[in-house]
Unconditional design. Structure first.
Length: 168
């Protein structure tokens, strides 16, 4: 069970699952606002997952959408980045979610294994232990909302940041 919680937290890539308001009765039916360009409507759910290789086989569509939205937030990508779309990329019902044809899907699986391994090996003496359901390292740790993690450190935003010690 601990591994599932760790993996689920990893997949959420640092995003916090919004639970506020879930216990409240639903609001009266109103037109659903479309999601940002290229994304599914907020109330859309995928079909029952069929090709889960790392997630538990009993992951339900609602959980899966939270995980996928975590990838969106952590890497700034849309569904079509990893999944095979139909003729209209905005028509989610025409996607082939089971397909492993896209290399990004396999790369994501490899990175999920990698971040899980990093979290398992993370030195317990460093920093505070993550809260239950959280991880030390997530997709967002490196990607910071971008498809490819930045590879160069950014200069300090303010002057006067400590400099590297002089070499002897």
């Amino acid at each position: 069970m601990r591994r599932f919680v760790s993996l689920a937290a990893l997949l959420l890539c640092g995003t916090v699952v919004m639970v506020a308001g879930q216990a409240q009765p639903p609001a009266p039916a109103a037109p659903q606002a479309p999601a940002p360009a290229g994304g599914p409507p907020a109330d859309w759910l995928p079909p029952t997952p069929k090709n889960l290789k790392l997630l538990p086989k009993d992951t339900d569509p609602k959980q899966l959408m939270e995980i996928m939205r975590g990838f969106n937030a952590a890497m700034g990508v849309r569904c079509v980045y990893c999944h095979v779309a139909g003729p209209d990329p905005n028509d989610m019902s025409a996607y082939n979610f089971e397909s492993d044809r896209k290399e990004h899907k396999e790369a994501t699986r490899a990175m999920m294994k990698y971040t899980d391994a990093v979290n398992q090996a993370f030195p317990k003496e460093v920093g505070e232990a993550p809260k239950p359901g959280e991880s030390y390292v997530t997709c967002y740790t490196c990607h910071q909302g971008q498809r490819h993690p930045p590879v160069k450190a950014k200069a300090p935003a303010t002057p006067g940041a400590p400099a590297a010690p002089p070499r002897p």
